[in-house]
Design a protein around this ligand. Structure first.
Ligand code: ZN
Length: 151
């Protein structure tokens, strides 16, 4: 096991134990529920957008495995302060990261702690756990108020 692998494991364990932005925004402008039946992960994402379409606040709640919870926690940190367009672009890149389809010249340092998920493609069933919070965030921004199922 390499030291970066251990560091990544630790990031996931820490965010599972003490997730950031856990809870619900009282008066959200956007909200969506997500469910991953393969693992049983459930998540509700609430978002508060301001007039300039910037994400002022984003929170999540629900129950799920360490991967889904850590991914949700790190997502809120990565997305807060971004515009809708930036958030959706970031999601596309993150999805490429976890499915190992990023362009070879892409600077992965941009992902920061989200690099903890960079070897998740080795465990295909776990990709759904890592991507569920992101799909749910996207659904919330697109105002699709039904439950998102990752299959
Ligand atoms: Zn899971």
């Amino acid at each position: 096991m390499s030291s970066s692998h251990e560091l990544y494991q630790q990031i996931i364990l820490d965010h599972n134990k003490s997730p950031k932005n856990f809870g619900a925004i009282e008066h959200p402008s956007h909200k969506a529920d997500g469910y991953n039946p393969l693992c049983g992960d459930q998540i509700t994402v609430t978002i508060l957008l301001d007039e300039s379409k910037t994400i002022r606040d984003i929170r999540f709640e629900g129950s799920g495995c360490a991967i889904s919870k850590a991914s949700a926690s790190l997502m809120t940190l990565a997305i807060k302060g971004k515009t809708i367009k930036e958030a959706l672009e970031f999601f596309e890149r993150f999805h490429q990261l976890i499915t190992k389809t990023l362009p070879a010249d892409f600077n992965v340092e941009l992902f920061g702690r989200l690099n903890a998920f960079s070897s998740i493609w080795e465990y295909p069933s776990r990709i759904k756990c890592a991507s569920l919070p992101w799909y749910t965030m996207k659904a919330a921004l697109e105002k699709k108020l039904e439950t998102i199922v990752t299959e």
